[in-house]
Design a protein around this ligand. Sequence first.
Ligand SMILES: Cc1cc2nc3c(=O)[nH]c(=O)nc-3n(C[C@H](O)[C@H](O)[C@H](O)COP(=O)(O)O)c2cc1C
Length: 326
Amino acid sequence: MAGVTDRPYRKLCRRLGAGYVVSEMAASNPRVWASEKTARRLDHQGEEAPIVVQIAGGDVNLMAEAARYNIQRGAAIIDINMGCPAKKVCQLQAGSALLSDELLVARMISAVVAAARDEGDVPVTLKFRTGPTRVLRNATRIAAIAEAEGIAMLTLHGRTRADQFNGEAEYETIARVKAAARIPVVANGDIDCPEKAARVLAHTGADAVMIGRAALGRPWLFRQIATYLETGVVGPLPTIGEVRELLLEHLQEHYRFYGEWIGVRSARKHIGWYVHDLPQGAAFRARMNQLEDCRSQAEAVDQFFARLGDPSLPLPVGDIKEQLAA
Ligand SMILES: Cc1cc2nc3c(=O)[nH]c(=O)nc-3n(C[C@H](O)[C@H](O)[C@H](O)COP(=O)(O)O)c2cc1C
């Protein structure tokens, strides 16, 4: 997720049970590669293999070039973005806008796959949506084209471009794509707990699930899902003390990665997600957003968790919801 799944967060998710993580999308336009922001996005130092880099763009040659560039810098898998519905991406005929032009989809995949083959047989995967609109759901055709052009794995978000992030993801189209595909299919969209992961896997027959928004501020969700899929038992939430420790660790790595100025500001959204469902979380977020240096931000987080209660107790998320419902 652009602006979210940076290197510190990806490493944390891997440590806490994610089997596979993908970089934020990187623009295929070479003019931005040297920018600080893109260079940071393409920094994978210390990450566990495989390094998966997602590229986004609308120009076939630039996309092939971007694949080469990233492989030469350590990418072991290239993922093509045909899912992003954002205006600034779709205006460039990139992201989910590509789904309206199946010939261009074929040409782009073919060029990226050929470039990646040249660079040492690196696999190319595709992330896409179910189609441009609900009446033009062409995911099964896009999947067939992708497979024929050499894509190694498909990840399908159960919404159309027109849906943006509205409504609910549907899984019928994912099931249809999976039934026809001979390559692995990953189901994505609105999966937010272990039981739903199991239901989506059963309904679609998909080979895996991909989790986005539900893991914001909850990186332990991956382990909970993996444990549930293995044992059928939903494990307990982490304790207050465990979450305090891992958030403080996350922050230190975040500050090292971004430096003081960007670090303190970009950490606010992560902290906001961690405390979102916790008692006094909203008030804390408002206060914390005014702190301007890393040290006072980390100290404030430390104190917030100290006030939450006995560090050996589970995170009080469930309790609060029950109290509100009572
Ligand atoms: C802030 C944000 C940034 C995203 N950036 C990307 C991206 O760079 N590449 C991509 O393939 N999908 C991106 N997505 C889409 C997610 O990967 C995912 O397909 C979508 O959120 C649905 O899954 P979820 O319900 O589990 O979040 C982004 C989503 C959000 C909310």
